[in-house]
Write a protein that binds this ligand. Structure first.
Ligand code: HEM
Length: 302
């Protein structure tokens, strides 16, 4: 997201260690997770400088936004280019002051980093448990490899591999909420405006009312035209729906497709010796964004 958002490289892979940004992000979500529905407390804590982590994360994203804004050439094709173009235009639509720039610059990192990380972690775990899906996918990937660009996968070719999207769908997390100003009536009970109404997607996505065998890892539920495993597709809302749904949905799908495609094409993997998969199931945390628990695997080149 450093590169896509700000044309900035965090260089964690080259350095062989996590950039402090990732640590700050996770610690901050840990704090938000403890606040439950009282996330407004975070703003107070930030303003009073009570939360060192949140303050450090703010400083970092403001610094990155300022550095990016100082670039002589703004045509970098990154997300900040659009924010800055709007802020500098005579009739800016959204970025009417610098605080909006800072807050949305931070949102780029918070919305996009751990969400994708959590899906990748859980998908790696599920495919280690169900290795035949690695092999099934590998057969289909061989046909897509180099089809449009020599020696590469493209998102367009990968989007036609239904099994790949089915595996991703079967692993999607989310925890959205809404505060409808006019209130909302649910099953005859009126909830007044301004009250946070949370759709517990974790429960929704595991409800027998909407899915057959919801607790089982069944990617075929998304391939099945007879809708045996999906009783009501409207109950699937990982990116939410409506005007405030996730703006990163298409990007998420292309990142997940590409990462999974290159990984399955080049490697097979299994649980590491001593790994029983319990920690990722029991130590994953609902920190506003799902934080995956640890899972160790051994990867072997194909
Ligand atoms: C597995 C990956 C992802 C999931 C499950 C996910 C889920 C969501 C959900 C449920 C919302 C709505 C939150 C709400 O209204 O309360 C949202 C909003 C948002 N997401 Fe994502 N997201 C993912 C990845 C991304 C990525 C990669 C980006 C950036 C490119 C991104 C950027 C955003 C932004 C900016 C919003 C706020 C949109 C708005 O308020 O108009 N997300 N996301």
């Amino acid at each position: 997201m450093g590169k896509v958002g700000y044309s900035h490289e965090f260089r964690s892979i080259e350095a062989g260690k996590e950039h402090p940004m990732a640590h700050l992000l996770e610690s901050m979500f840990g704090e938000i997770g403890q606040m439950g529905e009282l996330t407004w407390l975070l703003s107070i804590a930030q303003n009073l400088k009570l939360s060192k982590t949140a303050a450090e994360f703010d400083q970092l994203t403001m610094l990155m936004a300022d550095r990016r804004a100082a670039a002589e050439d703004n045509n970098k094709g990154d997300i900040l280019q659009h924010f800055l173009d709007d802020m500098r235009s005579e009739k800016s639509i959204a970025f009417t002051n610098k605080n909006i720039l800072y807050s949305d610059a931070a949102l780029v990192l918070t919305g996009a980093t751990d969400t994708i990380g959590a899906v990748l972690a859980h998908l790696s775990y599920q495919l280690a448990n169900h290795p035949h899906y690695q092999d099934l996918l590998h057969v289909q990937l061989q046909k897509a490899y180099g089809k449009t660009i020599p020696d590469e996968f493209t998102n367009q070719d990968l989007s036609k591999i239904h099994l790949l999207d089915a595996l991703i769908n079967e692993t999607m997390p989310t925890t959205p909420d809404r505060q409808p100003p006019e209130g909302i009536t649910v099953d005859g009970v009126h909830i007044p405006g301004g009250v946070a109404v949370r759709v517990p997607a974790h429960a929704l996505h595991r409800s027998e009312q909407f899915y057959t065998e919801p607790a089982q890892f069944r990617p075929e539920r998304w391939l099945d035209d007879n809708k045996v495993y999906v009783k009501n597709a409207e109950a699937f809302i990982p990116f939410l729906i409506g005007p405030n749904k996730c703006v990163g949905k298409r990007m998420t799908m292309s990142v997940l497709r590409l990462v999974m495609a290159y990984t399955v094409y080049n490697y097979t993997w299994e649980k590491a010796p001593g790994e029983d998969g319990k920690r990722i199931r029991t130590e994953s945390k609902d920190n506003l964004i799902l934080m995956a628990g640890p899972f160790e695997a051994v990867f072997l080149p194909r």
